[in-house]
Design a protein around this ligand. Structure first.
Ligand code: APR
Ligand code: PHB
Length: 390
């Protein structure tokens, strides 16, 4: 089999790239290790920057988002029992974010690929990349025990943090930067009305807590927990009690609780791989970088990578020029490091660090007091939260 761009990974990055290329008449084949149901069963975050919302509309995948998504013009930060609103729209001259689950974005992309007879081959095994440093790379994989070869011009590594693509860049070339945080997020999804019409990021001495939602009757809550925690030790009741203990009193009193339909613990890390390209291989999304979820940047960063990478492929197939392909890594990394900084800063600002006693705590406290007293500081937070320009 032959295609122009072989895309490894059928998550939001790979599917969005395949959709954009299709609309520009560029062929691609998506190879996904898991089944579609498995991919769509993963619960992920759901705050979309304007840039991603615009991209989804351009590639004809915005209808359901427009109908079911919620536009948010701000969010609250709770500190010392008091909520402070960050008015995103006022601070950014009109910008906002869209609350719409990443799982729904992925579902819409799959449907769009189906409608256009896009080639998405799932449940493949042993994906391996070959001759990446030549003009004729190819991919081998197994499907239902049978061996296959896919010849292509380029390979897009959109296979997430645990994929094969990043490891295909020789170790003497690849540089990895990582910070692992000493805690995780215990998250619960519940069919209950959200405690607030906007998100609430809670800083408390007992640890961070987040109140988020998917829609008017589907809420998503998180509490900071130690990495040694076992989710089986957390009954729903224990979760709700712990969450309430971290929220401002009047917010806790209005919290509607109920049975959890999903409960899991996710570790927090900041990770960047450089360079993003090696020969005819180009990394995008979680294959190249991981952000802690505090800044809601994971999916949005994947989307900006795909914006730059698709522009580069479109230039190549339209003009034969490789300018944008050769600049892709540097261009995408500039925005990646800014989102990395913002997500790290939000994490340091809002979580409880056991080793922080004394000076560290006072720095965090003062950072929050400065934030609430300075329009300039709030503007910086807001412009990063709604998304820096591409
Ligand atoms: N072969 C084929 N597919 C693979 C392989 C492999 N060897 N390894 C992993 N995959 C698939 C995974 O099963 C997954 O469906 O690649 C896909 C990668 O998808 P994501 O992990 O969702 O990464 P990405 O598409 O870049 O989306 C980034 O996902 O994790 C969130 O917060 C993150 O929001 C961000 C978004
Ligand atoms: C979520 O809704 O799951 C969510 C929202 C904002 C974040 C992280 C997660 O910063």
């Amino acid at each position: 089999m032959r295609t122009q761009v072989a895309i490894i990974g059928g998550g939001p990055s790979g599917l969005l790239l395949s959709q954009i290329l299709h609309l520009k008449g560029i062929q691609s084949v998506v190879l996904e290790r898991k089944s579609r149901n498995y991919v769509l069963g993963r619960i992920r975050a759901g705050v979309l920057e304007q840039g991603l919302v615009d991209m989804l509309h351009v590639v004809k995948v915005g209808k359901r988002m427009e109908k079911e998504g919620q536009i948010h013009h701000g969010f609250d930060i709770a500190f010392q029992g008091k909520r402070h609103q960050i008015d995103l729209t006022a601070l950014t001259n009109g910008k906002s974010v869209m609350v719409y689950g990443q799982t729904e974005v992925t579902r819409d992309l799959y449907e769009a690929r189906d409608q256009m007879n896009g080639v998405v081959i799932d449940e493949v095994d042993d994906v391996s990349l070959h001759k990446l440093d030549t003009a004729t790379p190819f991919v081998t994989y197994k499907k239902a025990g049978e061996n296959f070869r896919l010849d292509c011009d380029f390979v897009a590594g959109c296979d997430g943090f645990h994929g094969v693509s990043r490891g295909s860049i020789p170790s003497h070339i690849l540089k990895e930067y990582e910070k692992v945080y000493p805690f995780g997020w215990l998250g619960v999804l519940s069919e209950t009305p959200p405690v607030s019409h906007e998100l609430i990021y809670n800083q408390s001495d007992k640890g961070f807590a987040l109140c988020s939602m998917r829609n008017a009757n589907l809420s998503r809550y998180y509490v900071q927990c130690s990495l040694e925690e076992d989710v089986n030790n957390w009954s729903d009741d224990r979760f709700w009690e712990e969450l309430k203990s971290r929220l401002p009193k009047e917010t806790a009193e209005t919290l509607i609780t109920g049975p959890s339909i999903e409960k899991s613990i996710a570790p927090l890390r900041s990770f960047v791989a450089e360079p993003l390209s090696y020969g005819r291989l180009f990394l995008a999304g979680d294959a190249a970088h991981i952000v802690p979820p505090t800044g809601a940047k994971g999916l949005n960063l994947a989307a900006s990578d795909i914006h730059y990478l698709s522009e580069a492929f479109i230039e190549f197939y339209g003009t034969g020029r490789e300018t944008k392909l050769s600049q892709y890594s540097d261009t995408a990394l500039k925005r990646i490091w800014k989102a990395m900084r913002f997500s790290w800063w939000m994490t340091m600002l809002l979580h409880h660090f056991p080793e922080n006693e004394g000076f560290g705590d006072r720095m965090q406290q003062t950072d929050l007091e400065y934030l609430f007293s300075s329009k300039a500081a709030q503007t910086s937070l807001a412009e990063n939260y709604v998304g820096l320009p591409y």
